[in-house]
Write a protein that binds this ligand. Structure first.
Ligand code: ATP
Length: 204
């Protein structure tokens, strides 16, 4: 079972690409989704976040106040490291568990997509056989991220600064999707890669 690590900067198009692979029947493990599950009410990671970053991040419903957390990290960048130290090892463990389940299924899939925004930055590269980068010009990243999340330019730049730069990401890529055009063009690139990955997996 081939493991394709999918990565890209904020607003680059990872979720859209993941969705296209999923529509082709490819299992997708999404690190962002795993992280969201880790901070659901009652999860030990959530308790640790409140203990280390403050109980004011707790809403009256007992949930994580994401908007406040985002503001906090923006104002105190060092607290991002605390948060990542709580979440990254657990997310990685959950991803490895899901990979084991898929590997043990019969028949196992030819390949899976492991989508990790910080694949290169947080050293998840050793989990994957190939790195697939969604490359998007920064001005388009900013435009798409702000339309989607309502973030302002300053907030988007702050996130971009926590991510590797475009050249470093491209240097780590085995395959690149260029997401600088429309969605139909994006889908065609995913379909071409799907054929390539099936061939690779079957010839291995
Ligand atoms: P993040 O890491 O910030 O969550 P992402 O890399 O998962 O982002 P997406 O959510 O897939 O990125 O895309 C960001 C936004 O841009 C979405 O609203 C998506 O619909 C839109 N988008 C992505 N690719 C294109 C495209 N080629 N044409 C038009 N809109 C696009």
């Amino acid at each position: 079972m081939l493991i394709i690590g999918l990565t890209g900067g904020i607003g680059s198009g990872k979720s859209t690409v993941s969705q296209y692979f999923a529509e082709l029947g490819v299992p997708v493990i999404d690190a962002d989704q795993l992280t969201r599950q880790l901070v659901e009410p009652g999860q030990p990671a959530l308790q640790e976040i409140f203990e280390q970053l403050g109980h004011e991040l707790l809403t009256v419903e007992g949930e994580l106040d994401r908007a406040q957390l985002r503001r906090r990290i923006f104002a105190h960048p060092e607290q991002r490291q605390t948060l990542e130290a709580i979440l990254h090892p657990r997310a990685r463990e959950a991803a490895e568990q899901q990979l084991s389940v898929l590997r043990a299924s019969s028949p196992p899939p030819d390949y899976v997509i492991l989508s990790v925004p910080l694949l290169i930055e947080s050293g998840w590269s050793d989990l994957v056989d190939r790195v697939l980068v969604v490359d998007t010009p920064p001005e388009l990243q900013r435009q798409r991220a702000s339309q989607r999340d309502g973030l302002d330019a300053e907030q988007i730049d702050a996130v971009m600064q926590t991510q590797v730069d475009r050249d470093t990401r491209l240097a780590a890529a085995d395959d690149v999707i260029h997401n600088d055009s429309d969605l139909a063009t994006l889908r065609k690139q995913v379909e071409a890669l799907h054929r390539q990955y099936l061939q690779l997996a079957r010839s291995a």
